[in-house]
Design a protein around this ligand. Structure first.
Ligand code: N2P
Length: 367
């Protein structure tokens, strides 16, 4: 009441400006303390950026419970998307999963944080043939997460025959019924293999032959999905799709018409790795997460859920990996197939030739 009387004694226009001033003051103080509250709420939030369909969600929940923290989990569809987000959009993440050749690029560009090996004792469980890789000598920046191949997922009810060659992807009988991943190095890489070239060639003429081959066969292609070809196959939108092994096995669980094959000409093998970006906000928690994922039980739970190959030797030795997956030649290829698998490598400046060729494929095909 007293305040009211006090207020009344000021002329109307002064009251207006005083009111305005107080409203702005309340707003500034409010927003400031709100932000402070917000940042303290998210102080223990681990930000993870992974490929889509690439973890058992229960693993995330378990880590949150054990450590009484929150995880925010985003997904990407290709190495190039991951790179773009980190490099040009300064996205902040604590954990990422780049493939072999992308680890090499990110190390060279100073985008990764060196790992504290003492904080990751579970690294002892890793299979020796997958550690100390050429793309990260001494595993200074990364540890293997999952591995697999690129092959053809197909609908045997539609093809009425078994597929065993990349040539099926260009066969006129499947016109408009095939899909290719929108994945620059991998897609051009398998076409290079099919044409008899090195998938890591730096010769512009060979890269352009791969480009021209796919453009010449554009009638076969229905779409270039971003890591979702298995869904097109599952829905019956296409009969064949160039896909990541495990993604096809994931939809095969409920669709008995589907198959996955590593073509006889050979293909690309890849290793995805778990790493910490340079600008990570929670390094201690990030190391804890890596160590958690390398526990044999946790690693096995992930592989059994997403049907990719585990690099965790102890998980296999302790019988934790599903026997059906271990016996599946599409997940763990036998030695004669394994010897035909090739890794994509960082080709330095020639990367631009691949990017150019891929842009021309997309423009030339118009899909
Ligand atoms: C998961 C894709 C597997 C990752 N959707 C291949 N690097």
């Amino acid at each position: 009441m007293i305040a009211m009387l006090f207020w009344q004694k000021y002329p109307k226009d002064i009251r207006f400006y005083l009111g305005l001033f107080m409203a702005v003051l309340i707003l500034v103080v409010g927003v400031h303390s709100g932000l402070k509250l917000g940042s303290s709420l998210f102080k223990n939030e681990l930000r993870i950026y992974n490929w889509s369909t690439y973890i058992d969600p229960d693993i995330i929940i378990e880590f949150e419970k054990q450590n009484k923290i929150k995880i925010s989990y985003d997904t990407y569809e290709s190495n190039e998307e991951l790179y773009e987000q980190l490099k040009h959009h300064s996205a902040h993440y604590d954990i990422i999963f780049p493939s072999d050749y992308m680890i090499e690029i990110m190390i060279a560009e100073g985008m990764l944080r060196k790992l504290d090996r003492q904080a990751i004792p579970n690294a002892v469980h890793l299979e020796p043939q997958f550690i100390n890789p050429p793309y990260d000598p001494g595993n200074q920046y990364s540890f293997p997460y999952q591995w697999g191949t690129l092959g053809i997922g197909y609908n045997q009810r539609a093809t009425q025959t078994e597929i065993d060659s990349w040539s099926a992807m260009f066969d006129p009988q499947y016109e408009g019924r095939t899909a290719w991943l929108d994945a620059t190095r991998y897609t051009l890489g398998v076409i290079l293999i099919y044409l008899g070239f090195d998938p890591n060639t730096t010769k512009v003429d060979e890269i352009n032959q791969a480009r021209d081959w796919i453009i010449q066969h554009k009638a076969a292609i229905a779409a270039f999905p971003p890591d979702t070809g298995e869904l097109l196959l599952d829905r019956g939108d296409v009969d064949l799709t160039f896909e990541w092994s495990g993604d096809v096995f994931q939809v095969m669980k409920h669709n008995p018409d589907l198959r996955y094959v590593i073509p006889k000409e050979g293909t690309i093998i890849w290793m995805d790795n778990i790493a910490i970006p340079k600008h990570c906000h929670h390094p201690t928690l990030a190391h804890k997460f890596i160590n958690f994922v390398l526990e044999p039980e946790v690693g096995a739970q992930i592989s059994n859920f997403i049907h990719y190959g585990t690099p965790n030797k102890s998980a296999i030795a302790r019988g934790l990996i599903s026997p059906q997956d271990l016996e599946n030649p599409g997940i763990y290829p036998p030695p004669e197939v394994f010897s035909k698998l090739q890794y994509i490598k960082d080709v330095g400046e020639a990367t631009a030739l691949y990017e150019q060729a891929w842009a021309e494929v997309r423009a030339g095909i118009g899909r």
